[in-house]
Design a protein around this ligand. Structure first.
Ligand code: CA
Length: 176
């Protein structure tokens, strides 16, 4: 036997429907309002004040935190610590960095056995790395930063993970 629908259930159903419609409207408006540039070609954008390069958005976090906390800080924003896949990408990123600061990358060697791992599981490719000369140099330094050395400009260095640094977050662009 099919139970008869009570009038208050119908009302409840209507209320939920209206809530859903309004929620979708609010989310759409929020999504549009966070976009400071919408490419007319692919309708993608990055939230303010993230910067855009190819299909990703980048955010420089100037708070000084350990590597683990820096990664957590990115992840609550729906991002990860930055994974650098090409020279062009690194050249873009360094435009927004300060020469007297260091920034955590999404690259670590948790076991101290020089098995470098990117946070997004991108395979570590020795041929696309930009270590400063002589780096990485210490098995106890298990997290990578990017910084500026006057002799060789921007490059990577392995440092102790608990030493607070600035960091760079990266996420996929939003497509609308
Ligand atoms: Ca080092």
């Amino acid at each position: 036997m099919v139970p008869e629908e009570k009038p208050q259930d119908r009302e409840k159903g209507l209320w939920w429907f209206q809530l859903k419609v309004w929620s979708m409207a609010v989310v759409s408006i929020l999504l549009l309002s966070v976009c400071f540039t919408v490419s007319s070609v692919d309708w993608s954008c990055c939230p303010t004040p993230w910067t855009s390069f190819q299909s990703s958005c980048y955010f420089i976090s100037t708070g000084m935190q350990s590597w683990t906390k820096s990664q957590k800080n990115c992840s609550v924003m729906g991002a990860d610590l930055v994974v650098i896949n090409t020279r062009e990408e690194q050249d873009f990123i360094i435009q927004n960095l300060k020469r007297n600061s260091s920034y955590f990358l999404g690259l670590s060697d948790p076991g101290g056995r020089r098995h470098w791992q990117w946070v997004d599981q991108t395979p570590y490719n020795e041929n696309v790395t930009f270590w400063h000369s002589g780096e990485p140099n210490n098995l106890d330094e298990r997290c990578a930063i990017i910084n500026f050395r006057s002799s060789e400009e921007w490059g990577w260095n392995d440092i102790h993970c608990h030493v607070p640094q600035k960091s760079i977050c990266k996420m996929k662009k939003i497509y609308i």
